[in-house]
Design a protein around this ligand. Structure first.
Ligand SMILES: CC(C)(COP(=O)(O)OP(=O)(O)OC[C@H]1O[C@@H](n2cnc3c(N)ncnc32)[C@H](O)[C@@H]1OP(=O)(O)O)[C@@H](O)C(=O)NCCC(=O)NCCS
Length: 277
């Protein structure tokens, strides 16, 4: 699993967020090792294996990010290493975290006290989570960001090899993607930004798409060890937010085909926040 600590800076105030991206081969064989009782019941309700995988990857990546954030709040600092992520997965803490879906589908973090089994939210954890998943044949990928509630963030992940449909061509306007030579990629990037914004707003894409209109998306040469090329954008009607997206290629694993696919990973955050990925 790829995990990254993000530094969030705004007018001299600093905070942090954690981004975790998991693919099918990262999942523990035993889902009871990371799902709560409530989530096991939710899992039963999915009709397809793809929907189950997507749910599992979302929950697994989110809980890893939550535990990393809790550790950081507890004073542990420094970059995330693979051994630490594995240790957290085996800590036995994950089933005590319940990520519920609120009335609008939005993810809500709840902590389950081990002994009583009572559900309660943990007031000393002022963080929220945004979740996205994408499926491809038998494999899937899940991305989650856990962030300080003071700096709301939304995430989306879209598989590039999934043929962009007529649906997207109707949703994205030409001016939004005028800087792209590859218009299909541009539409996917624009769609990712709109979905990520809709998660910050907690509305989903229930507003007329007009309200998600963007100024022309810019292509940057920004790089990071997890990501290759970057795109940035701003919204016409939600000018308090800006967004960045990157092409992300999951690391190769022995068992899954998904790693041959590239994804567009989109992050929306308050405009004047500097996110150092
Ligand atoms: C919210 C929405 C943008 C998510 O996009 P998507 O392509 O379906 O799925 P993604 O993989 O990108 O994201 C899924 C995650 O978004 C999160 N999410 C769902 N609704 C959300 C909301 N209102 N606010 C914030 N996050 C939300 C959930 O955590 C979900 O994962 P989970 O169900 O495993 O917890 C989309 O479902 C939407 O617009 N919904 C509103 C319209 C609607 O209800 N349509 C019917 C279903 S298509």
């Amino acid at each position: 699993m790829d995990c990254l600590r993000i530094h969030v800076i705004h007018q001299g105030k600093t905070s942090f967020a954690f981004l975790c991206i998991a693919q099918t081969s990262d999942l523990p064989a035993d889902v009871c090792s990371f799902l709560s009782k409530q989530e096991l019941a939710m899992l039963e309700q999915f009709g397809s294996e793809q929907a189950k995988s997507a749910f599992l990857l979302g929950r697994y990546s989110a809980k890893t990010a939550i535990l990393l954030a809790r550790q950081t709040l507890g004073g542990e600092d420094g970059p995330v290493c693979e051994e630490e992520v594995k240790r957290l997965a085996k800590s036995g803490l994950m089933p005590n975290i319940y990520i519920e879906n609120g009335i609008f589908g939005q993810p809500i973090i709840r902590f389950l006290p081990k002994l009583t089994g009572t559900v309660m939210s943990e007031v000393i954890f002022p963080f929220d989570v945004s979740i996205a998943h994408s499926c491809h044949d038998s494999a899937a990928i899940g991305a989650s960001i856990v962030f300080d509630k003071a700096f709301p963030i939304g995430v989306d992940i879209e598989n590039i090899s999934r043929t962009p449909s007529k649906f997207l061509a109707e949703k994205i306007t030409d001016d939004e993607i005028e800087n792209f030579q590859d218009k299909e990629l541009g539409r996917l990037v624009a769609w990712g930004f709109k979905e990520a914004l809709s998660k910050v707003l907690k509305t989903g894409i229930t507003l007329p798409l007009y309200f998600f209109h963007m100024s022309p998306i810019k292509i940057t040469s920004d790089t990071h060890k997890l990501f290759v090329i970057g795109y940035t954008g701003e919204f016409e009607f939600f000018s308090q937010y800006s967004c960045v997206s990157r092409i992300y290629k999951p690391p190769k694993t022995h068992s899954q085909a998904f790693c041959d696919c590239e994804c567009v990973l989109s992050i929306v955050s308050p405009k004047h926040c500097l996110l150092i990925l």
